[in-house]
Ligand binder design. Structure first.
Ligand SMILES: Nc1ncnc2c1ncn2[C@@H]1O[C@H](COP(=O)(O)OP(=O)(O)O)[C@@H](O)[C@H]1O
Ligand SMILES: [Mg+2]
Length: 302
């Protein structure tokens, strides 16, 4: 368009063609996304209201725990602002992803057999920030879900960017027939607002909530005494009030951070710990709720 044209001016034919071409491309990708996602039984979003609450740790560990329990699992890191699933699975930033001759992309694989894709694998270095606008993130998600060849899976866990706003809603809408949402919180942010926002998110998308996990709930000293570092939770009561399943409280254990930093799975390295035992109980609950269709859309006025 020439300068000074009023808004609403006519588009040139070449511009129409470009837009039409782009729309065709998006439709074709969306068809591929649907085709790929049809081969996955349960697609679960992992959400939190802010960063640093352990969303990626829980997504990565749940992926591994489900695989240990015999499920075919994929983990998709959609947190483009701070991708970390690859690091938790011991793959360096910039490792890359393998493309096949037909243009499809092979997911990376980690023991015990979890397939994963993270934009972190494609970044040259950790320090390179991805300051993408919302629309670009949405196209990147669509493109990855269209071209990554997950194959037949029982579960695809999606590590979402922190928050429950419009950006997350738009991203979630690309994925057809999501099975459920898992919400991760820490005690200090246990407020009605956090749970209510997650419930509203679930209502708007029409996707049921599998449950809420409270992470970093307490620290147990060697003498057995319990310390509520971030304050004593009230997540369980709130969850009950909003009719959301409470999945469990994971304690703070410095070995969790150590394992994550080394790219090792904590519950495999330290199966005897309280945190690992609780984590396996949470996994059992998730399996029961998801596979028996017990997840519900919270009853809440929004
Ligand atoms: N229960 C826990 N005890 C100790 N460290 C934890 C625990 N949960 C997570 N962490 C650590 O806290 C940091 C933030 O976790 P992360 O999963 O990256 O959060 P998010 O994805 O929500 O931003 C990481 O260093 C992780 O290893
Ligand atoms: Mg994260």
């Amino acid at each position: 368009m020439s300068q000074g044209q009023p808004s609403g001016a006519r588009l040139r034919i070449s511009e129409y063609k470009q837009i039409a071409e782009r729309m065709r491309e998006i439709q074709e990708q969306q068809r591929r996304v649907i085709r790929n996602m049809m081969r996955i039984k349960y697609k679960i979003l992992v959400l939190s209201s802010k960063g640093g609450v352990g969303k990626s740790f829980i997504t990565a560990s749940l992926g591994a725990a489900l695989a240990v329990k015999g499920r075919k699992v994929g983990v998709f890191d959609a947190d483009f602002g701070g991708p970390s699933i690859h690091k938790m699975y011991g793959a360096p930033t910039g490792q890359g992803l393998r493309a096949r001759m037909d243009g499809s992309i092979e997911p990376a694989v980690v023991d015990p057999g979890v397939k994963f894709v993270s934009v972190g694998l494609l970044l040259p270095r950790d320090e390179v920030p991805l300051l993408w606008r919302g629309a670009i993130k949405t196209s990147a998600i669509r493109e990855l879900l269209a071209f990554v060849e997950w194959g037949e899976l029982d579960y695809l866990l999606i590590d979402m960017p922190p928050g429950t706003g419009d950006e997350q809603l738009t991203m979630a809408q690309i994925i057809p027939r999501l099975s459920g949402i898992i919400l991760v919180t820490i005690p200090s942010e246990v407020s009605r607002a956090v749970v209510k926002k997650a419930a509203a998110f679930s209502r708007k998308l029409g996707i049921p909530v599998v449950g809420v996990i409270e992470n970093m709930s307490y620290f147990r000293c060697k003498d057995g005494s319990i310390h509520y570092i971030f304050g004593k939770g009230g997540t369980e009561e709130l969850a009950r009030e909003f009719e959301i399943e409470f999945l469990g409280s994971i304690p703070i254990d410095p070995r969790i951070r150590e394992s994550n930093d080394r790219g090792a799975i904590f519950f495999i390295e330290h199966p005897e710990t309280e945190a690992s035992k609780i984590f396996m109980e949470i996994t059992e609950k998730v399996i029961d709720i998801v596979e028996n269709s017990k997840a519900k859309i919270p009853r809440i006025n929004i």
